[in-house]
Write a protein that binds this ligand. Sequence first.
Ligand code: SR1
Ligand code: MG
Length: 399
Amino acid sequence: MSQYRTFTAADAVAYAQQFGGVESPDELVDAQEIGDGNLNLVFKIFDIHHRSRVIVKQALPYVRCVGESWPLTLDRARLEAQTLVEHYRHCPQHTVQVLHYDPALAVMVMEDLSDHRIWRGELIKGAYYPQAATQLGEYLAQTLFHTSDFHLHPHNKKALVAQFINPEMCEITEDLFFNDPYQINERNSYPAAIEASVAALRDDSALKVAVASLKHRFFSHAEALLHGDIHSGSIFVADGSLKAIDAEFGYVGPIGFDVGTAIGNLLLNYCGAPGQLGIRDAAAAREQRLTDIRELWQAFATRFARLAATETHDAALAAPGYVEAFLKKVLTDAVGFAGSELIRRSVGLSHVADIDTIADEEMKHACLRHAIELGKALILVAGQVDNADELLIRVRQYS
Ligand code: SR1
Ligand code: MG
């Protein structure tokens, strides 16, 4: 019989005492459930001095934000823990540390990052972390290069693909990114005022062909072990520090998906800024997001190319000029995936606070329309974008 049971706060404390790796486990006395994501329970565990010491995260057998009517595999806890462990091996400075995990209880214990804040909230406030974009580019390069065919022996790469088969979580992405916004679907959620923009998505056959191509790549291009959901809510920041969390969508897929999700979320903030900040601050925030995107791509592509120059084991993939050609393709993919992230966050089930928390309804609708139009444009022009400056020109053009 399965050992699984849903944790109470007391269970989480007891679990942390046993597996938290702290020096005086009896001093762990309290837990607060802080999960604000769509899927899981997350407990912060406090000691007798009310200092938070570790995090206990448990997967629920259903989608938390929807309820028991949408069952979901508990295996995602294993996939999340193993993705984070693998990414930590290659980029410990930018990956949360998993201290323990138990696939039967679908639980993991992680380092506490209370001295960090979720990047999305900071971006919305207009707080600037000058190193964050470069650090995110570094995280993406290190984790994606070291889990790709550039670096791994072909046998190990195939074993990695098998280890990270993640059909149920991939299906969520497949539906939410590439189907729902382009059809009438009960999961979609958007204000009636933007119906014309959404209806235009359903009627655009060229767009649907481009989205089909993106979905096909997501289905079939096993390039590297992705984080799979690297939006600004999956990233903690502090002065000079950035840590990725929440990797339950991890699977071996197209590198451009992770890069594009990261860029897409910076662009969601770009679209929402006029509704969140005063005119001058919003203009500055927008410029900052474009700089962030340039820095992210620059850091990613430079590091990936450097790693490829010294650590590519396959003779054919080491051919001079190949990695540069590959990175152009990654950017093209990333632009398309960024566009699909903009659209699905505006039309679909899971909105982001960058736009969703805008108080003025008309302004919110304008920001949603902008995100949809920008997303559509990026999906359609992705094939023509092969450097970061060209991407930024396109973003300005559709703003
Ligand atoms: C049903 S899950 C909805 C979204 O939340 C997660 O964070 C992923 O982004 C997913 O697409
Ligand atoms: Mg998440």
